[in-house]
Design a protein around this ligand. Structure first.
Ligand code: HEC
Ligand SMILES: [Cu+2]
Length: 340
């Protein structure tokens, strides 16, 4: 059994090396794969600690079973007298544990130091603000103001370079965690925490709030999409533009009107009268893969379902379910479909 747990480690390493583009939501994926230099050292740390923990469990279980099956001499079954020599094992056990624990502590500290800061200074900083129960992402720092903007729940980064994440919270304590790209960092109200992420290759890396923050904590996911430089720049240019709404279309205009009446108090659509600041920016809603912080994939049906039944899909979410007539729903759908 002990042999099995030793061969297990290299087997994991091989599995991870061969699955660079594994399904991002496969169970325990985060335990098997790292996709960047901020995550890899802690992944290995996790493997080594898990192996040690399993080994210790097996040894302790073995000793316990051994003690239970070992029989006293039949002559005096109730004897209470001490068996000489046993104390040696206490010393040996304490010494071995201390050495192993000290080695683990040293390894953990070295690992933390190695992921504390990236090899080169990050050119891109994204400010991520956690809200009950979604994520706002602010791109800033570009000399061209059109490339600085706010979006939500989907963070794009260029591959192969470190990206600084400035973490804030708008309400309670949350934690930002993209397991394949870096360890967890708390998002604390009134404080700005920092971490960095980096992706070796293009891909979609799922992130999740990992600090219990209320009813919809489990539905507070996001995605980090790593792209090559050209694709990332094209995305950034597109996201910076205001919404361009075809005003000639009657259904679209009716939808926009409805949106400004019922939704604009919370949501922003840049270039329109909707300037609400307490909910996701919807200027380029159509460009996102998921809606409601990973709760649903972004399809026209899911959008309507979300708008009419937000409270059923995410009970207690800070968006009300909004009743719409068939005509209103069609108009709103037509309008939202122009936000790409
Ligand atoms: C009281 C404020 C409020 C109003 C009014 C409101 N919303 Fe929302 N909306 C929110 C919040 C908060 C979220 C994020 C909820 C979450 O994911 O937990 C949200 C999320 C969304 C999303 C998902 C965005 C994403 O990227 O995940 C869409 C789409 C949306 N709302 C559309 C609408 C439309 C259309 C209306 C009007 C018919 C509307 N909302 C009215 C607060 C509001
Ligand atoms: Cu949270």
């Amino acid at each position: 059994m002990t042999r099995g747990s030793v061969t297990w480690l290299p087997a994991l390493a091989v599995a991870s090396a061969h699955a660079a583009h594994a399904n991002p939501v496969a169970p325990l994926n985060y335990f098997l794969h790292a996709a960047g230099p901020a995550a890899r050292p802690t992944l290995y740390l996790g493997w080594v600690f898990t192996a040690i923990v399993i080994l210790v469990t097996l040894i302790v279980a073995g000793l316990l079973i051994g003690a239970m099956v070992r029989k006293r001499p039949a002559a005096q079954p109730d004897a209470l007298s001490a068996e000489p020599g046993g104390i040696r094992w206490v010393f040996i056990g304490t010494a071995v544990s201390s050495v192993v624990l000290l080695a683990m502590l040293t390894y953990a500290l070295i690992t933390l130091e190695s992921v504390a800061s990236p090899a080169s200074y990050p050119h891109l900083t994204i400010t991520v603000t956690a809200y009950d129960w979604w994520w706002r992402a602010d791109y800033s720092g570009d000399p061209n103001p059109a490339r600085n903007f706010t979006t939500a729940n989907e963070i794009h980064i260029p591959v192969g370079e470190p990206v600084k994440i400035q973490l804030k919270s708008a309400d309670v304590v949350h934690a930002f965690w993209v397991p394949q790209l870096a360890g967890k960092t708390e998002a604390i109200p009134g404080q700005t925490n920092e971490q960095w992420i980096q992706a070796d290759g293009p891909g979609i890396y799922r992130g999740q709030c990992s600090q219990f923050c209320g009813a919809q904590h489990a539905h507070m996911a996001f995605e980090v999409i790593a792209q090559d430089a050209a694709a990332f720049n094209a995305w950034r240019d597109a996201q910076g533009r205001a919404a361009s709404v075809p005003t000639a279309d009657a259904a679209v205009s009716a939808g926009q009107h409805l949106f400004e009446e019922r939704c604009a108090g919370c949501h922003t659509i840049r270039g329109t009268k909707a300037t609400g600041l307490q909910a996701p920016d919807l200027t380029h809603l159509g460009s996102r893969r998921m809606i409601a912080a990973g709760a649903l994939s972004n399809t026209p049906d899911h959008l309507l379902d979300w708008i009419e039944h937000a409270q059923r899909i995410k009970p207690d979410a800070l968006m009300p379910s909004i009743a719409l007539t068939t005509r209103e729903a069609a108009a709103l759908s037509a309008y939202l479909a122009t936000l790409h």
